[in-house]
Design a protein around this ligand. Sequence first.
Ligand SMILES: [Fe+2]
Length: 242
Amino acid sequence: MLKPAEFYQRDRNWHPHAFAPDYKTSVTRSPQRALISLEQGPSEITGPTFGHNDVDPIDRDLLSNYAAKGQSPIGERMILHGRVLDENARALPDTLVEIWQANAGGRYRHRKDTYLAPIDPNFGGCGRTLTDENGYYSFRTVKPGAYPWRNTVNDWRPAHIHFSIFGHSFCQRLITQCYFEGDPLIVRCPIVNAIPDAKAIDQLTAALDLNATIPLDTIAYKFDIVLRGRRSTLFENRLEGN
Ligand SMILES: [Fe+2]
């Protein structure tokens, strides 16, 4: 079991400020008072732990994990893969990686999503997997569509996939979003633009990976996730328990 001293606080110079007026809901959601630090107790620094028995191989295949037999979702078939590493580029095995996303039309399977794009009956939009001994993970899915959101009158989210990374305790859950190389909406997104450092945005952008494509079948993007340190991937949540 990890000792409390082994958990790291987020680097607040690297992450965006909670108050970002162009991202309008951040105005009311950001703290109005100075933050306080809480002691990490057993509930934060122990469990839950995840074993391979908790995750089924089909959980990482969004092309089939919600599809009717013999059917598949509509959209650009895509492999999204990479490694979860620590700041010293060491692989992090047995890390739970969960994703959720809109379908190819930009619609989430959620009762609060009322966007005009249709629900895809063969696409659930959720997946999970554990990293292997080399910190490697891989999903099959469809590339999500851009969708409009109520911020100013004409804001569109770039295509993105939400990521949750879960280590071995509640202190080690981190949440972020992955974008895709070449998307012209990335630089126009007020949520993305709340991130002050262009390098951090680059690290949130999955690169086209022609080496991993399956010819005539599936395109591929690579998204490596680095925890902690100067090269860390930017996470949008505060650390649980802090
Ligand atoms: Fe989203």
